[in-house]
Design a protein around this ligand. Structure first.
Ligand code: C5P
Length: 193
């Protein structure tokens, strides 16, 4: 069975948690596509060469979830040649047999416009920064500034900017529990099956 669930949205909106839960519920494979850009940013040197030479093991290194790695990722993610180098892998993952969930910024718009389900998961910048701060600690105002800076870069870039696909179901998790957000996402997938 070929069935793709595309989950897009800004940093720390809950895409990863929802994506993992949906994949587990339906037995689908799951790809956190942010890790690809984080791994490219972490490699240093020429980002295009890093993207072309990326191997699966690169996604498993420590430190990729840090704030600094997120910033580095969003800087290399504006480069069209970097994005182009990562398209084929993501498309294959999305359309291989067995069902797949991909979360990122451009899955429903660029990587897999034919996805059977598109979710746009969002929340206010304050709520997202608070969630991220609970994970990473430090100064809350610095975390909020980081979230806003990354939003601006992801939404403002020319190539594959973050936006909801016209046919995406929008899930604003600002005032939702994790359980409620996951239940809603599962209901949307069930309806499309
Ligand atoms: O989702 P995550 O926070 O791990 O993504 C890190 C950065 O990678 C994002 O801020 C964005 O710039 C970039 N990204 C992207 N397209 C994707 C996934 C992530 O441009 N599909």
């Amino acid at each position: 069975m070929i069935f793709t669930v595309a989950i897009d949205g800004p940093a720390a909106a809950g895409k990863g948690t929802i994506g993992r839960a949906v994949a587990a519920r339906f037995g689908f494979r799951h790809l956190d596509t942010g890790l690809l850009y984080r791994a490219v940013g972490a490699k240093g040197g020429d980002p295009v060469a890093a993207a072309v030479g990326l191997v699966p093991g690169d996604l498993e290194q420590d430190g990729l979830r840090s704030l600094a790695a997120g910033q580095a990722a969003s800087k290399v993610a504006v480069i069209p040649e970097v994005r182009a180098a990562l398209v084929a892998f993501q498309r294959r993952f999305a359309r291989a047999d067995g069902g797949a969930v991909l979360d990122g910024r451009d899955i429903g718009t660029v990587i897999c416009p034919e996805a059977e389900v598109k979710l746009y998961v969002t929340a206010s910048a304050e709520v997202r920064a608070h969630r991220r701060w609970l994970e990473v600690g430090g100064d809350q105002s610095v975390v909020l500034a980081e979230v806003r800076e990354r939003d601006a870069r992801d939404m403002g870039r020319t190539d594959a900017p973050l936006r909801a696909a016209a046919d995406a179901v929008v899930l604003d998790t600002s005032e939702m529990t994790v359980e409620a957000a996951v239940a809603r996402a599962i209901a949307v997938v069930e309806q499309a099956m």
